[in-house]
Design a protein around this ligand. Structure first.
Ligand SMILES: NC(=O)c1ccc[n+]([C@@H]2O[C@H](COP(=O)([O-])OP(=O)(O)OC[C@H]3O[C@@H](n4cnc5c(N)ncnc54)[C@H](O)[C@@H]3O)[C@@H](O)[C@H]2O)c1
Length: 339
Protein backbone atom coordinates (compact mmCIF):
# COMPACT_ATOMS: atom_id res chain seq x y z
CA UNK A 1 0.00 0.00 0.00
CA UNK A 2 1.16 3.54 -0.72
CA UNK A 3 2.83 5.28 2.20
CA UNK A 4 1.25 8.40 3.69
CA UNK A 5 3.08 11.62 4.51
CA UNK A 6 1.82 14.53 6.56
CA UNK A 7 3.07 17.70 4.88
CA UNK A 8 2.46 20.81 6.98
CA UNK A 9 2.37 24.27 5.42
CA UNK A 10 1.68 22.73 2.03
CA UNK A 11 -0.39 25.69 0.84
CA UNK A 12 2.68 27.93 0.98
CA UNK A 13 5.32 28.48 -1.67
CA UNK A 14 7.74 25.57 -1.19
CA UNK A 15 5.15 23.21 0.26
CA UNK A 16 2.84 23.44 -2.76
CA UNK A 17 5.72 22.80 -5.15
CA UNK A 18 6.81 19.85 -2.99
CA UNK A 19 3.32 18.30 -2.93
CA UNK A 20 2.95 18.73 -6.69
CA UNK A 21 6.33 17.03 -7.20
CA UNK A 22 5.44 14.12 -4.86
CA UNK A 23 2.10 13.48 -6.56
CA UNK A 24 3.79 13.61 -9.97
CA UNK A 25 6.92 11.58 -9.24
CA UNK A 26 6.03 9.13 -6.44
CA UNK A 27 3.11 7.07 -5.18
CA UNK A 28 2.95 8.65 -1.69
CA UNK A 29 -0.42 9.70 -0.33
CA UNK A 30 -0.19 13.27 0.99
CA UNK A 31 -2.14 14.97 3.76
CA UNK A 32 -1.60 18.72 3.65
CA UNK A 33 -2.20 20.40 7.03
CA UNK A 34 -2.17 24.17 6.68
CA UNK A 35 -3.68 27.00 8.73
CA UNK A 36 -4.09 29.17 5.60
CA UNK A 37 -2.43 32.25 7.05
CA UNK A 38 -2.00 35.21 4.69
CA UNK A 39 0.79 33.17 2.99
CA UNK A 40 -1.26 30.00 2.43
CA UNK A 41 -3.26 29.84 -0.76
CA UNK A 42 -5.27 26.89 -2.07
CA UNK A 43 -5.20 28.48 -5.54
CA UNK A 44 -1.61 27.19 -5.65
CA UNK A 45 -2.90 23.59 -5.51
CA UNK A 46 -5.98 23.81 -7.78
CA UNK A 47 -4.45 21.40 -10.29
CA UNK A 48 -4.03 18.60 -7.70
CA UNK A 49 -7.05 19.09 -5.43
CA UNK A 50 -8.97 16.24 -7.11
CA UNK A 51 -6.03 13.82 -7.00
CA UNK A 52 -7.14 10.72 -5.04
CA UNK A 53 -3.79 10.61 -3.19
CA UNK A 54 -4.15 14.18 -1.89
CA UNK A 55 -6.15 15.47 1.06
CA UNK A 56 -6.28 18.97 2.54
CA UNK A 57 -6.95 19.67 6.22
CA UNK A 58 -7.22 23.25 7.42
CA UNK A 59 -5.66 23.63 10.85
CA UNK A 60 -2.89 24.96 13.04
CA UNK A 61 0.10 22.76 13.85
CA UNK A 62 -0.25 23.99 17.45
CA UNK A 63 -3.64 22.24 17.70
CA UNK A 64 -2.79 19.07 19.67
CA UNK A 65 -6.30 17.62 19.39
CA UNK A 66 -6.26 17.92 15.63
CA UNK A 67 -2.81 16.33 15.47
CA UNK A 68 -4.03 13.48 17.69
CA UNK A 69 -6.94 12.93 15.33
CA UNK A 70 -4.76 12.87 12.21
CA UNK A 71 -1.97 10.77 13.71
CA UNK A 72 -4.45 8.48 15.47
CA UNK A 73 -6.41 7.68 12.32
CA UNK A 74 -3.60 7.56 9.76
CA UNK A 75 -0.56 5.29 9.53
CA UNK A 76 2.04 7.97 8.74
CA UNK A 77 5.49 7.22 7.33
CA UNK A 78 6.61 10.69 8.13
CA UNK A 79 5.96 14.34 8.82
CA UNK A 80 7.61 17.02 6.73
CA UNK A 81 7.20 20.39 8.42
CA UNK A 82 7.13 23.41 6.11
CA UNK A 83 4.59 25.32 8.24
CA UNK A 84 6.08 28.58 9.46
CA UNK A 85 5.96 32.32 9.46
CA UNK A 86 8.67 33.07 6.92
CA UNK A 87 9.12 36.75 6.19
CA UNK A 88 11.99 38.53 7.98
CA UNK A 89 10.39 41.98 7.64
CA UNK A 90 7.19 40.77 9.31
CA UNK A 91 9.24 39.27 12.18
CA UNK A 92 10.71 42.74 12.74
CA UNK A 93 7.22 44.27 12.89
CA UNK A 94 5.91 41.55 15.28
CA UNK A 95 7.76 38.41 16.40
CA UNK A 96 4.72 36.91 18.17
CA UNK A 97 3.38 34.81 15.28
CA UNK A 98 6.94 33.52 14.66
CA UNK A 99 7.22 32.24 18.23
CA UNK A 100 3.77 30.62 17.87
CA UNK A 101 4.13 28.83 14.55
CA UNK A 102 7.89 28.28 14.29
CA UNK A 103 8.75 27.35 17.88
CA UNK A 104 5.52 26.26 19.62
CA UNK A 105 4.30 24.70 16.36
CA UNK A 106 7.43 22.58 16.03
CA UNK A 107 7.21 21.47 19.67
CA UNK A 108 3.54 20.62 19.17
CA UNK A 109 4.44 18.37 16.22
CA UNK A 110 7.28 16.73 18.18
CA UNK A 111 4.92 16.03 21.07
CA UNK A 112 2.46 14.42 18.66
CA UNK A 113 5.26 12.31 17.19
CA UNK A 114 6.13 11.17 20.73
CA UNK A 115 2.53 10.25 21.50
CA UNK A 116 1.84 8.38 18.28
CA UNK A 117 5.18 7.20 16.95
CA UNK A 118 5.89 8.39 13.42
CA UNK A 119 8.77 6.83 11.53
CA UNK A 120 10.57 10.06 10.63
CA UNK A 121 10.22 13.80 11.26
CA UNK A 122 11.85 16.17 8.77
CA UNK A 123 12.16 19.85 9.61
CA UNK A 124 12.52 22.41 6.83
CA UNK A 125 14.91 24.87 8.40
CA UNK A 126 16.94 27.63 6.76
CA UNK A 127 20.53 28.76 6.23
CA UNK A 128 19.53 31.99 7.99
CA UNK A 129 20.05 30.22 11.34
CA UNK A 130 23.82 30.60 10.71
CA UNK A 131 23.62 34.41 10.56
CA UNK A 132 25.54 36.52 8.09
CA UNK A 133 28.86 36.09 6.25
CA UNK A 134 31.53 38.59 5.25
CA UNK A 135 33.01 38.56 1.77
CA UNK A 136 34.56 35.08 2.16
CA UNK A 137 33.51 31.59 3.25
CA UNK A 138 30.35 29.48 3.20
CA UNK A 139 28.08 27.98 5.86
CA UNK A 140 28.71 24.29 6.60
CA UNK A 141 26.53 22.09 8.81
CA UNK A 142 28.96 22.72 11.68
CA UNK A 143 28.85 26.52 11.42
CA UNK A 144 27.61 27.98 14.71
CA UNK A 145 23.99 29.10 15.02
CA UNK A 146 24.08 32.93 15.07
CA UNK A 147 20.66 34.09 13.90
CA UNK A 148 20.19 37.84 13.49
CA UNK A 149 16.49 38.34 12.78
CA UNK A 150 13.56 37.22 14.96
CA UNK A 151 12.58 34.93 12.05
CA UNK A 152 15.99 33.26 11.95
CA UNK A 153 16.09 33.01 15.74
CA UNK A 154 12.71 31.25 15.80
CA UNK A 155 13.93 28.74 13.21
CA UNK A 156 17.17 28.16 15.15
CA UNK A 157 15.18 27.63 18.37
CA UNK A 158 13.08 24.99 16.60
CA UNK A 159 16.21 23.21 15.34
CA UNK A 160 17.70 23.08 18.83
CA UNK A 161 14.42 21.77 20.25
CA UNK A 162 14.28 19.05 17.59
CA UNK A 163 17.70 17.69 18.51
CA UNK A 164 16.82 17.81 22.20
CA UNK A 165 13.66 15.76 21.52
CA UNK A 166 15.58 13.30 19.36
CA UNK A 167 18.17 12.78 22.08
CA UNK A 168 15.72 12.65 24.99
CA UNK A 169 12.89 10.68 23.39
CA UNK A 170 14.79 8.66 20.78
CA UNK A 171 12.97 10.13 17.76
CA UNK A 172 14.13 9.81 14.15
CA UNK A 173 14.58 13.42 13.05
CA UNK A 174 16.46 15.12 10.26
CA UNK A 175 16.86 18.82 9.41
CA UNK A 176 17.46 20.55 6.08
CA UNK A 177 18.84 24.09 5.85
CA UNK A 178 18.40 25.61 2.43
CA UNK A 179 19.38 28.93 0.90
CA UNK A 180 16.97 31.41 -0.76
CA UNK A 181 14.37 29.78 -3.03
CA UNK A 182 12.69 31.20 -6.09
CA UNK A 183 10.03 29.72 -8.33
CA UNK A 184 6.31 29.72 -9.13
CA UNK A 185 3.69 30.44 -6.44
CA UNK A 186 6.02 32.50 -4.21
CA UNK A 187 4.22 35.12 -2.12
CA UNK A 188 4.96 38.59 -3.56
CA UNK A 189 6.42 40.01 -0.34
CA UNK A 190 9.66 38.14 -1.21
CA UNK A 191 12.35 39.81 -3.36
CA UNK A 192 11.99 38.13 -6.77
CA UNK A 193 8.16 38.08 -7.12
CA UNK A 194 7.92 41.55 -5.54
CA UNK A 195 10.26 42.98 -8.15
CA UNK A 196 8.65 41.13 -11.07
CA UNK A 197 5.10 42.16 -10.14
CA UNK A 198 6.02 45.80 -9.42
CA UNK A 199 7.98 46.06 -12.67
CA UNK A 200 5.09 44.56 -14.67
CA UNK A 201 2.91 47.40 -13.33
CA UNK A 202 5.64 50.05 -13.81
CA UNK A 203 5.66 50.63 -10.04
CA UNK A 204 8.87 51.62 -8.20
CA UNK A 205 11.12 48.73 -7.12
CA UNK A 206 12.18 49.30 -3.48
CA UNK A 207 15.72 47.96 -2.93
CA UNK A 208 17.04 47.95 0.64
CA UNK A 209 20.23 49.90 1.40
CA UNK A 210 22.72 49.99 -1.47
CA UNK A 211 21.54 46.63 -2.87
CA UNK A 212 24.89 44.91 -2.30
CA UNK A 213 23.50 42.24 0.05
CA UNK A 214 24.22 38.83 -1.43
CA UNK A 215 21.76 35.93 -1.57
CA UNK A 216 22.52 32.36 -2.67
CA UNK A 217 19.64 31.36 -4.97
CA UNK A 218 18.19 27.92 -5.66
CA UNK A 219 15.22 26.93 -7.79
CA UNK A 220 12.41 25.54 -5.65
CA UNK A 221 12.30 22.28 -7.67
CA UNK A 222 15.95 21.58 -6.83
CA UNK A 223 15.15 22.19 -3.15
CA UNK A 224 12.11 19.88 -3.31
CA UNK A 225 14.11 17.02 -4.84
CA UNK A 226 16.74 17.44 -2.13
CA UNK A 227 14.07 17.28 0.60
CA UNK A 228 12.70 14.03 -0.77
CA UNK A 229 16.18 12.47 -0.90
CA UNK A 230 16.97 13.56 2.67
CA UNK A 231 13.62 12.23 3.88
CA UNK A 232 14.15 8.85 2.22
CA UNK A 233 17.89 8.34 2.64
CA UNK A 234 19.37 10.97 4.95
CA UNK A 235 20.99 9.85 8.18
CA UNK A 236 19.00 10.29 11.36
CA UNK A 237 19.81 13.23 13.69
CA UNK A 238 21.78 14.97 10.93
CA UNK A 239 21.57 18.38 9.30
CA UNK A 240 21.84 18.69 5.51
CA UNK A 241 22.58 22.07 3.95
CA UNK A 242 21.02 22.63 0.53
CA UNK A 243 22.23 25.26 -1.93
CA UNK A 244 23.09 25.70 -5.59
CA UNK A 245 26.21 27.93 -5.28
CA UNK A 246 24.50 30.80 -7.03
CA UNK A 247 25.44 34.03 -5.27
CA UNK A 248 23.92 37.24 -6.57
CA UNK A 249 23.77 40.72 -5.10
CA UNK A 250 20.19 41.95 -4.75
CA UNK A 251 20.80 44.83 -7.12
CA UNK A 252 22.12 42.48 -9.83
CA UNK A 253 19.07 40.24 -9.38
CA UNK A 254 16.75 43.24 -9.72
CA UNK A 255 18.58 44.48 -12.82
CA UNK A 256 18.38 40.99 -14.37
CA UNK A 257 14.60 40.98 -13.83
CA UNK A 258 14.24 44.43 -15.41
CA UNK A 259 16.31 43.33 -18.41
CA UNK A 260 14.13 40.21 -18.88
CA UNK A 261 10.99 42.37 -18.78
CA UNK A 262 12.44 45.12 -20.99
CA UNK A 263 11.79 47.70 -18.23
CA UNK A 264 14.06 50.67 -17.37
CA UNK A 265 16.43 50.68 -14.38
CA UNK A 266 14.95 54.08 -13.46
CA UNK A 267 12.19 52.07 -11.69
CA UNK A 268 14.73 51.14 -8.98
CA UNK A 269 14.47 53.10 -5.70
CA UNK A 270 17.09 52.59 -2.99
CA UNK A 271 15.22 52.75 0.34
CA UNK A 272 16.15 52.73 4.05
CA UNK A 273 17.72 49.39 4.86
CA UNK A 274 16.09 46.57 6.84
CA UNK A 275 17.37 46.75 10.46
CA UNK A 276 20.04 44.09 11.12
CA UNK A 277 20.04 43.15 7.41
CA UNK A 278 22.28 40.09 6.85
CA UNK A 279 25.00 41.01 4.36
CA UNK A 280 25.70 37.69 2.69
CA UNK A 281 24.53 34.08 2.68
CA UNK A 282 26.38 31.25 0.96
CA UNK A 283 25.82 27.56 1.56
CA UNK A 284 28.25 24.67 1.29
CA UNK A 285 26.09 21.77 0.03
CA UNK A 286 28.99 19.30 -0.14
CA UNK A 287 27.49 16.89 2.42
CA UNK A 288 24.20 16.20 0.60
CA UNK A 289 26.10 15.86 -2.67
CA UNK A 290 28.63 13.38 -1.22
CA UNK A 291 26.20 11.32 0.86
CA UNK A 292 23.05 11.33 -1.29
CA UNK A 293 24.31 12.20 -4.77
CA UNK A 294 21.99 15.23 -5.01
CA UNK A 295 22.92 17.93 -7.54
CA UNK A 296 20.96 21.06 -8.49
CA UNK A 297 19.71 20.94 -12.07
CA UNK A 298 18.56 24.51 -12.79
CA UNK A 299 20.72 27.33 -14.04
CA UNK A 300 19.86 30.71 -12.52
CA UNK A 301 19.65 32.70 -15.77
CA UNK A 302 17.28 30.31 -17.53
CA UNK A 303 15.21 29.61 -14.42
CA UNK A 304 14.81 33.34 -13.72
CA UNK A 305 13.57 33.89 -17.28
CA UNK A 306 11.06 31.03 -16.80
CA UNK A 307 9.83 32.53 -13.52
CA UNK A 308 9.41 35.98 -15.01
CA UNK A 309 7.33 34.29 -17.72
CA UNK A 310 5.31 32.38 -15.11
CA UNK A 311 4.33 35.54 -13.19
CA UNK A 312 3.50 37.29 -16.45
CA UNK A 313 1.24 34.41 -17.50
CA UNK A 314 -0.50 33.99 -14.13
CA UNK A 315 -1.91 37.42 -13.23
CA UNK A 316 -4.98 35.83 -11.61
CA UNK A 317 -2.82 33.89 -9.14
CA UNK A 318 -0.97 37.10 -8.21
CA UNK A 319 -4.26 38.96 -7.84
CA UNK A 320 -5.59 36.22 -5.53
CA UNK A 321 -2.72 36.69 -3.04
CA UNK A 322 -2.40 40.49 -3.23
CA UNK A 323 -5.45 41.05 -1.04
CA UNK A 324 -6.31 44.09 1.03
CA UNK A 325 -4.21 42.62 3.87
CA UNK A 326 -1.20 42.37 1.56
CA UNK A 327 -1.70 45.94 0.38
CA UNK A 328 -1.84 47.15 4.01
CA UNK A 329 1.38 45.31 4.76
CA UNK A 330 3.04 46.77 1.63
CA UNK A 331 2.01 50.27 2.66
CA UNK A 332 3.39 49.79 6.20
CA UNK A 333 6.66 48.36 4.94
CA UNK A 334 7.44 50.57 1.95
CA UNK A 335 5.22 53.68 1.71
CA UNK A 336 7.30 55.88 4.02
CA UNK A 337 10.52 54.46 2.62
CA UNK A 338 9.44 55.27 -0.94
CA UNK A 339 8.25 58.82 -0.19
N1 LIG B 1 11.36 30.56 0.94
C1 LIG B 1 12.65 30.33 1.15
O1 LIG B 1 13.50 30.87 0.44
C2 LIG B 1 13.10 29.37 2.25
C3 LIG B 1 14.44 29.02 2.32
C4 LIG B 1 14.84 28.11 3.31
C5 LIG B 1 13.91 27.57 4.18
N2 LIG B 1 12.61 27.95 4.09
C6 LIG B 1 11.64 27.33 5.01
O2 LIG B 1 10.75 26.57 4.21
C7 LIG B 1 9.45 26.53 4.81
C8 LIG B 1 8.41 26.98 3.81
O3 LIG B 1 8.73 28.29 3.35
P1 LIG B 1 7.82 29.04 2.29
O4 LIG B 1 8.66 30.07 1.64
O5 LIG B 1 7.10 28.04 1.48
O6 LIG B 1 6.78 29.78 3.28
P2 LIG B 1 5.36 30.45 3.00
O7 LIG B 1 5.31 31.63 3.92
O8 LIG B 1 5.13 30.64 1.54
O9 LIG B 1 4.33 29.34 3.49
C9 LIG B 1 4.18 28.98 4.83
C10 LIG B 1 2.92 28.12 4.94
O10 LIG B 1 2.79 27.70 6.32
C11 LIG B 1 1.43 27.87 6.72
N3 LIG B 1 1.44 28.08 8.17
C12 LIG B 1 2.00 29.09 8.88
N4 LIG B 1 1.81 28.92 10.19
C13 LIG B 1 1.09 27.78 10.34
C14 LIG B 1 0.59 27.07 11.45
N5 LIG B 1 0.76 27.51 12.71
N6 LIG B 1 -0.08 25.91 11.24
C15 LIG B 1 -0.27 25.44 9.97
N7 LIG B 1 0.18 26.09 8.87
C16 LIG B 1 0.85 27.24 9.05
C17 LIG B 1 0.94 29.08 5.94
O11 LIG B 1 -0.48 29.12 5.84
C18 LIG B 1 1.62 28.87 4.60
O12 LIG B 1 0.82 28.10 3.73
C19 LIG B 1 9.53 27.43 6.04
O13 LIG B 1 9.69 26.61 7.18
C20 LIG B 1 10.77 28.27 5.82
O14 LIG B 1 11.37 28.65 7.02
C21 LIG B 1 12.16 28.84 3.14
Amino acid sequence: MAETLLVTGGAGFIGCNFIRMLLRESDYRVINLDALTYAGNLESLRDVEDNGRYQFVRGDICNAELLDYILGTQELSGIINFAAETHVDRSILDAGPFVHSNISGTVSLLEAVRRHGVRRYLQISTDEVYGSLGAEGRFSESSPLKPNSPYAASKAAADVMIFAYAQTHDLDVVITRCSNNFGPYQFPEKLIPLMILNALEDQPLPVYGDGTNVRDWIHVDDHCRAIRQVFERGRSAEVYNIGASCEMSNIDTVKAILALLGKPESLIRFVTDRPGHDQRYAVDAGKIKRELGWEPQSSFGKALADIVGWYRQNPSWAASVRSGAYRNYYATQYQKRLN
